[in-house]
Design a protein around this ligand. Structure first.
Ligand code: FEO
Length: 404
C-alpha cells in the first residue's frame, strides 16, 4: 500500500520508514528507527528528488506510482549518492527508462563505482554550483555542499516556493510514525537527542563545511527544509539552524558536566557517583553520567557536543587507558570535537596510568581542549582519604562551569 504525505500543493514526501535495521551504517544503533526521505514534484515535468535505501525501495515505488497516475517520471535529481538514499537509483532507471538524471560530476562517478550501469543508457545532466533548471512553474538552483556528508553532495533550492532539499543536512535518526512535519511532533522533547546524535556522529567531522553551507543558506529565503532523514521543517527554522550553527562550530549547547566512567568491579563507579553528588551539592545541577561499557559511543559523542564539561573517571587497564575510554577519545579525534573542558580521575591498584595517558591524548591528539590541573588518583577504591583531592577537583570544576 502506498503511503505518502503532501508537503506543498504539488510536492509530496514519498519516502519510507526503517524499523528493522539495528545499526545505521552498520555502526550506530537506531532503536527508534530512521526514515529515508524522498520527494516527488508534480510540475509540468515530474521530478523525483533522491531515492531511498534498498530496504525501502518497494515502498518508494508504490508511492511514486500512486502519485504519477500514469504520468511518466521525467527527472531524477540526486543530491546525495550514499546508498541509504541512492541504492534504489538503478531500480528507478529500469522502471522509468526515459527518466533524465540530474546530479554532480562526482555523483555520476560514484554511481558508476557502485555499479549503477543503467545510468549510461539514460540522459544525464551534470550540474554545478549556481546552475538552475525549470520544471515548469518551479525553478530550482543547485548548490554544492561538499562533505555534507560526502564530497559529491549538493542541495537543491526551489526558488519558486522556498523549499530546500537539504540532503543529509538537517536530518535526524528516528522513524516518522505518520508525522512528517516538525510542528506535528514535540521536537525539543522527543527528537533533539536523536537529531544531535545523527548530526554529530555522521557529519560532525565536517563542521567547517556545514558552516559554509549555513552561510549560503542565509542568503536565500528558505521556507521549508526537506532533509533526507527525519521531519520536514516548515516552522521555527531558526531553532534548528541555531543548533546546527552551534554543533558545527563545536560550541556546547549547555553548561553542564558529562561524567563518563569505566569501572570493572564497581569501585570506580562508586567514585564517579561521589563526584556527581558533590557537584550537585555545590550547585552544578546539569550533571549526567554514563557507564562507558554499556553506552554506545555515538551517545557519548552526542552528549559531548551538548555539554561544556567532561569528567573521565577510568580504571587503568593493561597499564593503559581502558579500551572503551580510548575508543571514545579516538572518536572525539576522528570527529574533530573541540572546545571542551576536561577533568580526570584515575584508578589503579598497583600502577595507575590512565590519568596521565588520558591527559596526554587530550593534549596531543585533540584541538582546543582545556584540562583541569587538579586530578584524583584512587588506589583500588575511594576512601575518606581521597575526599580532599576530590573536593579540590570538584571546586575547580564548579568554578570552571560557573565562569563566563
Ligand atoms: Fe543519509 Fe550521507 O547519507
Amino acid at each position: 500500500m502506498y503511503c505518502y504525505r503532501k508537503v506543498t500543493d504539488d510536492l509530496y514526501w514519498v519516502g519510507a520508514n526503517e524499523r528493522r535495521l539495528a545499526l545505521f551504517e552498520n555502526i550506530h544503533p537506531i532503536p527508534k528507527g530512521v526514515s529515508y526521505n524522498a520527494y516527488l514534484l508534480l510540475d509540468k515535468r515530474t521530478v523525483l528528488f533522491d531515492t531511498v535505501d534498498w530496504a525501502a525501495c518497494r515502498q518508494l515505488l508504490e508511492n511514486i506510482e500512486a502519485l504519477l497516475r500514469g504520468r511518466p517520471l521525467d527527472y531524477l535529481v540526486i543530491n546525495h549518492m550514499e546508498p541509504d538514499h541512492a541504492a534504489s537509483i538503478e531500480e528507478i532507471l529500469l522502471r522509468y527508462p526515459k527518466v533524465k538524471v540530474i546530479s554532480t560530476e562526482k555523483a555520476f562517478l560514484l554511481m558508476r563505482q557502485f555499479g549503477f550501469g543503467a545510468i549510461d543508457s539514460h540522459s544525464l545532466e551534470e550540474v554545478k554550483e549556481g546552475d538552475t533548471k525549470s520544471f515548469g512553474d518551479h525553478l530550482v538552483a543547485f548548490v554544492a555542499a561538499p562533505m555534507v556528508h560526502w564530497p559529491e553532495a549538493m542541495v537543491t533550492f526551489d526558488t519558486t516556493n522556498g523549499v530546500l532539499f537539504s540532503a543529509d543536512a538537517f536530518g535526524s535518526f528516528g522513524s516518522l510514525d505518520g508525522k512528517l512535519f516538525n510542528d506535528e511532533v514535540n521536537f525539543d522533547r522527543d527528537w533533539i537527542d536523536e537529531a544531535r546524535r545523527y548530526l554529530t556522529n555522521i557529519v560532525g567531522k565536517y563542521g567547517p563545511h556545514i558552516q559554509y553551507l549555513l552561510k549560503k543558506a542565509s542568503t536565500v529565503d528558505i521556507k521549508i527544509i526537506c532533509p533526507l532523514h527525519g521531519p520536514v521543517w516548515r516552522s521555527d527554522l531558526g531553532y534548528f539552524l541555531d543548533k546546527y550553527d552551534k554543533w558545527s562550530r563545536y560550541e556546547p549547547e549547555e553548561k553542564g558536566v558529562l561524567i563518563i566512567y569505566a569501572s570493572m568491579y564497581g569501585n570506580t563507579e562508586s567514585a564517579a557517583n561521589a563526584l556527581a553528588a558533590m557537584l550537585v551539592e555545590k550547585g552544578v545541577k546539569n550533571v549526567t553520567m554514563y557507564d562507558v561499557s554499556n553506552t554506545h559511543v555515538s551517545y557519548l559523542i552526542s552528549e559531548t557536543f551538548r555539554l561544556s564539561h567532561v569528567v573521565l573517571v577510568s580504571v587503568t587497564y593493561n597499564l593503559g587507558i581502558y579500551p572503551l575510554i580510548h575508543n571514545y577519545l579516538a572518536d572525539l579525534k576522528a570527529l574533530n570535537v573541540q572546545k571542551r573542558t576536561f577533568a580526570l580521575v584515575e584508578n589503579g591498584s598497583w600502577a595507575p596510568k590512565a590519568g596521565s595517558l588520558m591527559r596526554q591524548f587530550l593534549d596531543e591528539e585533540l584541538k582546543l581542549m582545556d584540562i583541569l590541573d587538579e586530578e584524583v588518583t584512587i588506589s583500588s577504591s575511594m576512601t575518606e582519604n581521597d575526599l580532599p583531592a576530590m573536593e579540590t577537583l570538584v571546586d575547580s570544576l564548579v568554578a570552571s562551569v560557573n565562569k563566563g
